[in-house]
Design a protein around this ligand. Structure first.
Ligand code: ZN
Length: 93
């Protein structure tokens, strides 16, 4: 059975956006940046308190997308913040 740390994470721990490799083998993918909440995975994201702070700040700003082209594409498909947030793995909520 695979160790949790060996898993590839394609869901942003902050906002639940899915579609990039954010973590791999227990390490942040430094080349990734979330097109939604603008979070760059780093070892600081191993703290759920830090994630909650960043998420609270981001939502408090109105949940702005960092990539206008990704925003257009997703909003055209009926993007919904509350639905996306449900993608966040339970341990990072
Ligand atoms: Zn994100």
């Amino acid at each position: 059975m695979a160790n949790a740390e060996d898993e590839t994470e394609t869901v942003c721990r902050v906002c639940g956006f899915e579609g990039e490799v954010f973590w791999e083998g227990g390490w942040p993918n430094e080349a990734a940046i979330c097109p939604c909440c603008d979070n760059e995975p780093d070892v600081g994201d191993a703290s759920v308190m830090g994630l909650r702070n960043y998420r609270g700040y981001w939502v408090g700003q109105g949940a702005p997308w960092s990539s206008p082209s990704a925003e257009r594409e997703h909003k055209r498909q009926g993007w919904d913040l509350m639905r996306q947030i449900q993608n966040i793995p339970p341990q990072w909520r």
